[in-house]
Design a binder for this molecule. Structure first.
Ligand code: SIN
Ligand code: FE
Length: 292
């Protein structure tokens, strides 16, 4: 069963005792979800108005802040400036939190995009491959990452409604089920996709397998119903973290969440042997990244 472990932290820059630090590291690198039920991201009275899907441009799934660029939002410049500052403040807080919880990761907390999700978590019509209401690990067709980890910090900023997830089985167990169903990449295709800029860089065998796991798990409705899973409620004011390239997760319900992604090289981990790259290489019995 995937570990769901709570810590009672109340600060975005907590000073942790060694036992709590070890719990945080063991939970997250072991493929669990670290829940901080008492760590809320506070909105100012001015910012509460952003809890509405009307700030979305109606096209993008999320509003995101990438460096200084706000994407997917719609409104007057002065309002969007205030919205960007709110998202920026969350990104900075999430970076502080990760630095305090996992000091080894600190050099890599150059943040990737921060997202604000004012739309209901489920209900929009999407293809099965994009349907995050199905259990999946995160792997992105256009963004090969060669084993780099995807650490995500989430916060439920809805004042009344839980965000609800299903959390599935351990990565290795899931991988054992689906690896035999994934064919070899067609020779020459990864290089062609990169040359055509369909992918940002060349898809490695690791990326091919991660996408294959993502797609096969989402496509298998019988697996979706029957695999070992638990429902997890994240109450208003809760923050949680996981490696979303490792934890099988699915959105069930909720609205208004902030999310920060942090990319980490496998070498930054306390235990690189716990990474999806190491697990898949053990299961396949060979290296899955090209030699440098
Ligand atoms: C996801 O990251 O797959 C969806 C999570 C959510 O919307 O709560
Ligand atoms: Fe996801």
């Amino acid at each position: 069963m995937t570990d769901i472990v709570s810590l009672g932290l109340t600060s975005w820059r907590p000073e942790l005792e060694s036992a709590a630090q070890q719990t945080a590291i063991r939970t997250i690198e072991g493929g669990g979800v670290l829940v901080l039920p008492r760590l809320s991201f506070e909105l100012s009275a001015e910012e509460v108005r952003f809890l509405s899907p009307t700030w979305s441009d109606g096209r993008a799934k999320n509003i995101s802040l990438d460096g200084a660029a706000l994407r997917g939002a719609y409104g007057l410049d002065q309002d969007l400036g205030a919205l960007a500052r709110m998202i920026e403040r969350f990104g900075a807080s999430a970076g502080d939190l990760v630095t305090a919880l996992f000091p080894r990761y600190a050099p890599y907390v150059k943040r990737a995009r921060t997202s604000f999700r004012p739309q209901p978590a489920v209900g929009r019509p999407v293809s099965w491959r994009k349907d995050d209401a199905r259990l999946h690990i995160d792997a992105f067709p256009s963004r090969p990452n060669h084993g780099e980890r995807i650490l995500r910090v989430f916060s439920n900023v809805n004042p009344v409604e839980d965000r609800v997830w299903r959390v599935g089985e351990a990565f290795a167990t899931m991988a054992q089920t689906f690896l035999p169903r994934i064919g070899k990449p067609m020779p020459g295709i990864p290089a062609l996709l990169a040359a055509l800029r369909v992918t940002k860089g060349v898809r490695s065998e690791y990326d091919h397998l991660m996408l294959g796991l993502h797609d096969n798990a989402k496509a298998d409705l019988d697996y979706q119903r029957r695999c070992e899973q638990q429902t997890v409620h994240f109450a208003p004011g809760t923050t949680w973290l996981c490696f979303s390239d490792q934890v099988m997760h699915a959105a069930v319900s909720g609205q208004h969440m902030l999310e920060q992604t942090i990319h980490l090289p496998v070498t930054a981990l306390y235990d690189p042997g716990s990474s999806p790259l190491a697990i898949l290489e053990r299961l396949c019995g060979r290296r899955l990244l090209p030699a440098h």
